[in-house]
Design a protein around this ligand. Structure first.
Ligand SMILES: *[C@@H]1O[C@H](CO)[C@@H](O)[C@H](O)[C@H]1NC(C)=O
Ligand SMILES: *[C@@H]1O[C@H](CO)[C@@H](O)[C@H](O)[C@H]1NC(C)=O
Ligand SMILES: *[C@@H]1O[C@H](CO)[C@@H](O)[C@H](O)[C@H]1NC(C)=O
Ligand SMILES: *[C@@H]1O[C@H](CO)[C@@H](O)[C@H](O)[C@H]1NC(C)=O
Length: 430
């Protein structure tokens, strides 16, 4: 009698053993410490619903090998993440595996590690870890018996692409700022010169840098979009999410319809660009990109100057200000100075400028709890306050931001932007 259940178990195991390897070859979403990906085996890891694939690749016209993630469902190879972008393998021999101390490592032909997740303390773990490629394109390292807590995730180390559900910006608890860095050329994933980072000072916004210098800023989040990118218009399949709390200052987005692919990238030439895959055309199409015109160049018009792409020259002084120098109109605009000194005795007032990209927010103070009247009163009482505006333009406007330094990098838009109130002496209010 006892042998009957035993037989039963035997059959179950046989069934499992026969089916699983067959499944594993075509669609494993995980890799255990006993497995590896090698260049020579051509094996890849595929997320559960087969949206993303992880494996080694070599760009055309190159003999360097990278570990990357791409959309399995999109025929045009689009690398959305690259692990060893600056340490490629020079020979077509290498592997990805989980090391004895529970790190993901890429090793070259001589078994030398060229890339590692660099986690410490991994050798004291008691449960085995597993790497998994999730359906949102996140490669995670986790305990094999815990699906929800990640020891490491690729989403914390973006390359040049922000995928849906990935966060750009600050995790204030860990102090990590997730940012994009461009690739050198469309065909070369190694680190390029452009980066895009959230700044946490004052009213957060995104700065694009070429090496160390700021070339462009997005303008702060106005509740709907970045204030300096009016091209961002609501699209029915995208939910944009800007979050500023004590724990994080992040931007992310979700896609609410299936079979739609949309990504945000920092291009090799420093454009922030949203592209959507168009099935009919079998290609990525830009929905918007930024910067678009000369007025987006950082500090094009100096302090208290504003850039208007419909005037010639493009630089103008804010009402109540005059050019610092008699300038050669087209060349070197050094900005503007006040015609009349501020009195700070309660007689100063404000001029309202419409459709503005708000000035650089480095020297600002934010209070999201008050409205525009209180904001004006607060600005008037503070002799350092040079301007104020709403922090959120939805529902008629709310919140208060005041500028405590000179106003830099302002422009106007034909359509978009928001009201900016600039402090002037009574004599200049006219
Ligand atoms: C790996 O896969 C690619 C594309 O499917 C194929 O062209 C190549 O010959 C394969 N290489 C090996 C070693 O199987
Ligand atoms: C790759 O390198 C390893 C380690 O040197 C070696 O054992 C293996 O034979 C090489 N594989 C191929 C396909 O060249
Ligand atoms: C891991 O540490 C090494 C040595 O400090 C460093 O060069 C490398 O960039 C780190 N890798 C990652 C993925 O951060
Ligand atoms: C936006 O992101 C935050 C945290 O990153 C999250 O708590 C919140 O639920 C998200 N909101 C929406 C509408 O997705």
């Amino acid at each position: 009698m006892r042998s009957v259940p035993n037989h039963h178990y035997l059959y179950t195991f046989a069934f499992v053993f026969i089916l699983f390897p067959a499944f594993g070859v075509s669609a494993a979403s995980t890799m255990s410490p006993t497995e590896s990906l090698t260049i020579s085996s051509n094996k890849t890891i595929i997320s559960r619903s087969e949206t993303f694939e992880l494996g080694f690749f070599t760009p055309t016209s190159s003999s360097r090998w990278y570990l990357g993630i791409w959309y399995k469902k999109i025929p045009t190879r689009t690398y959305v993440w690259v692990a060893n972008r600056d340490t490629p393998l020079s020979e077509s021999n290498g592997s990805l595996k989980i090391s004895d101390n529970n790190n993901l490592i890429i090793s070259d032909h001589s078994n030398k590690p060229v890339w590692s997740t660099n986690l410490t303390g991994g050798n004291v773990r008691t449960t085995p870890v597993v790497a998994e490629l999730l359906d949102n394109g996140n490669l995670v390292l986790r305990d094999s018996n815990n699906n929800n807590e990640y020891l490491w995730q690729s989403f914390d180390f973006p390359t040049d692409t922000l995928l849906p559900e990935m966060k750009l910006g600050w995790d204030l608890k860990s102090g990590r700022n997730r940012f994009l860095r461009s690739r050198k050329t469309p065909d070369d994933p190694s680190s390029g010169d452009f980066s895009t980072k959230f700044e946490t000072k004052g009213f957060p916004e995104v700065y694009v840098r070429n090496k160390e210098s700021i070339v462009y800023r997005s303008g702060p989040w106005d509740g709907i979009r970045y204030n300096g990118i009016p091209e961002i218009t609501p699209v029915d399949y995208l939910v944009l999410n800007f979050t500023a709390t004590d724990e994080e200052i992040t931007y992310s987005y979700r896609i609410t319809k299936s079979n739609i692919y949309s990504i945000l990238t920092l291009t090799p030439t420093g454009l922030l660009q949203r592209s959507t895959w168009v099935e009919r055309l079998q290609s990525w199409r830009p929905l918007w990109y930024s910067p678009k015109d000369i007025c987006n160049n950082y500090e094009q018009c100096g302090s208290y100057g504003y850039c208007d792409s419909n005037t010639s020259p493009v630089c103008n002084c804010v009402q109540g200000f005059k050019p610092v120098n008699k300038w050669d109109l087209r060349d070197d605009f050094e900005g503007c100075v006040r015609k009349t000194r501020l009195r700070c005795d309660g007689t100063d007032g404000f001029v309202r400028l419409k459709n503005m990209k708000l000035p650089d927010t480095t020297k600002t103070m934010v209070d999201r709890g008050i409205g525009i009247e209180e904001c004006e009163a607060r600005c008037l009482k503070d002799c350092n306050c040079k301007a104020f505006a709403n922090t959120d333009i939805r529902n008629g406007g709310s919140g208060c931001v005041i500028w405590t330094g000179d106003l830099l990098d302002i422009r106007n838009f034909a359509d978009g932007g928001q009201d900016l109130y600039v402090r002037l002496a009574a004599a200049d209010l006219g």
